[in-house]
Design a binder for this molecule. Structure first.
Ligand code: ADP
Length: 497
């Protein structure tokens, strides 16, 4: 439930309870006051009548006759007067009673005969009546009962109207308060909604340049907006600083790798010349020269890998064009045969690849395949099979490299694509730990990813799939030579990492 709905529900409930309590109190207070007013009038009438009664006695205690006043004098419209003797027979009644008689309960009768005055509510026909029953006393004797009654019709109608007014009035006020409250809460919370949507947009786009535009008063919400904007200022500043330092770092790596390449090429070239000239005569000299050549080769592979990744980090993208995978896998199988010269080099479905067009970069795809093949060759014992395969599957092309190496424990698989990661068992072997990081970047640039299936002690299969397209002539007039149509200078040939 939103804060808006909760707030509205809360204060509407509080208002409803208050109104109900107020209505109930007002209603019952009014009903009580009106009845008290009726009672006061009845008592007045009764005392007037009692004061006007004449009692004729013979001797001290014997009542010979009670002379009643003309009771119509005391009756007003809606006020009835009736006198009963102690036997409950009507002695007199006001003319406005017509043929009706005022009722009296036996319990009331006996209380009045004991000298008490009693108020009660009775019904006569459809009318509610308020009755005041008073004993008529002569000395200490009750000689009769005076009943004064008043119709409660007017009071009942007034109270009914009050009930209706209170009910519908309260309902109207509650509905008004709920709608008004919903609107007010919505208006008050709109800036918060705005802040939330800005935060959401920033989360999605990563654009820290956005700000909350708040033009309202400097209240809690205004404060929140200002704090949020200040926080974004700081975040943006930190982000910019971080980006700058990252860019500087990447530039440094790229520059360093680039600058180191030339001297390294010279060292490698000179070492090769020395080797060719047979400059190393003793076994020890030959070993030193061999190590020199090997390490300088490893270092140039490392530098090439670092340069590629630095460019990728700098946001460089591989340019994609139309590319016939037949050309890619044919080139790769030829180069792979050289790499796997000491292994059983097996090809599956490679000849069927011709005419399978994809959006990609032939040189980079070759590099990807060769990185996988080089690893397969490196980790498979000599003489064992290394397989390079191609197949079409549901409109996609699948390329795989299967080896019979040690396999990769499941716990290492998530890490093998990380830079410089090398599984503990393979650390003694030649390698830079950059090959799969580069392969993974190339796959990602081609909208795919490398899948690894590996069983320890059996071997591994590295594969990736690509969506196939129609040949360029049939779909798009863009030219292609089957390798790449953009002339992008990718490091062709061996994976080399
Ligand atoms: P490296 O130069 O060490 O081969 P990679 O990035 O190509 O660097 O591979 C990272 C790690 O993944 C390797 O050190 C190795 O532990 C593991 N790995 C890669 N390919 C295979 C494979 N075919 N068989 C077994 N382990 C492999």
């Amino acid at each position: 439930m939103s804060i808006r709905t909760r707030l509205t529900a809360w204060y509407t409930s509080v208002l409803a309870v208050t109104l109900i309590l107020f209505g109930v109190v007002v209603y019952f207070l009014l009903a009580h006051l009106m009845l008290a007013e009726v009672d006061r009038g009845l008592m007045q009438r009764a005392s007037d009548v009692v004061n006007s009664i004449t009692v004729i006695t013979r001797g001290q205690s014997y009542i010979q006759q009670v002379v009643l006043p003309d009771i119509d004098v005391f009756a007003y419209p809606g006020v009835f007067v009736q006198v009963l003797d102690t036997q409950q027979s009507i002695v007199a009644r006001s003319a406005n009673l017509g043929r009706y008689a005022l009722p009296i309960q036996p319990a009331t009768m006996s209380r009045v005969l004991r000298g008490q005055a009693v108020y009660e509510i009775a019904t006569a026909g459809a009318q509610r009546l308020r009755l005041y029953d008073v004993p008529i006393m002569v000395g200490n004797h009750v000689v009769g009962i005076l009943q004064v009654g008043q119709q409660l019709g007017v009071m009942d109608v007034a109270l009914l109207r009050l009930r209706v007014i209170l009910f519908f009035g309260s309902l109207f006020v509650i509905i008004l308060a709920a709608t008004g409250g919903l609107f007010l809460a919505g208006t008050a919370l709109a800036p918060i909604k705005h802040i939330t949507s800005i935060a959401e947009q920033i989360g999605q786009s990563g654009d820290l340049g956005q700000r909350v535009e708040y033009h309202g008063p400097k209240d809690e919400v205004g404060w929140l907006a200002a704090t949020f904007n200040k926080m974004l200022d700081r975040l943006q500043a930190t982000h910019v600083a971080l980006e700058r330092s990252m860019a500087a770092q990447m530039r440094f790596i790229a520059d360093a790798s680039h600058e180191l390449r030339t001297p390294l090429t010279i060292i490698r070239g000179n070492a090769d010349i020395l080797a060719r000239l047979g400059a190393a005569r003793t076994e020890e000299e030959k070993q030193v020269l061999g190590e020199l050549i090997e390490e300088s080769q490893r270092m140039s592979r490392l530098l090439a890998g670092l340069l590629t990744l630095a460019r990728a980090d700098a946001g460089q993208h591989i340019e994609l064009g139309y590319c016939d995978l037949g050309q890619v896998v044919t080139d790769v199988s030829r180069k792979g045969a050289v790499l796997a010269a000491n292994h059983q080099w097996q090809l599956t479905g490679v000849n069927e690849a011709w005419g399978t067009w994809v959006r990609g970069n032939g040189d980079y795809l070759q590099q990807l395949c060769l990185i996988l093949i080089e690893n397969a060759v490196k980790y498979t014992p000599e003489g064992q099979p290394v397989e390079f395969g191609f197949a079409r599957q549901n409109g996609r092309a699948r390329i795989w490299v299967r080896d019979h190496g040690p396999g990769i424990p499941e716990a290492y698989i998530p890490h093998i694509f990380e830079r410089f990661y090398r599984a503990p068992e393979t650390r003694g072997l030649v390698g830079t730990g950059l090959g799969l990081a580069i392969a993974s970047w190339i796959a990602q640039e081609h909208g795919t990813k490398i899948d690894v299936q590996s069983t320890v002690g059996v071997g591994s299969v590295f594969s990736f799939t690509m969506e196939t397209t129609l040949p360029p002539g049939e779909e798009n007039p863009e030219p292609s030579d089957g390798r790449t149509d953009n002339g992008d200078a990718a490091p062709a040939g061996q994976g080399g990492f």
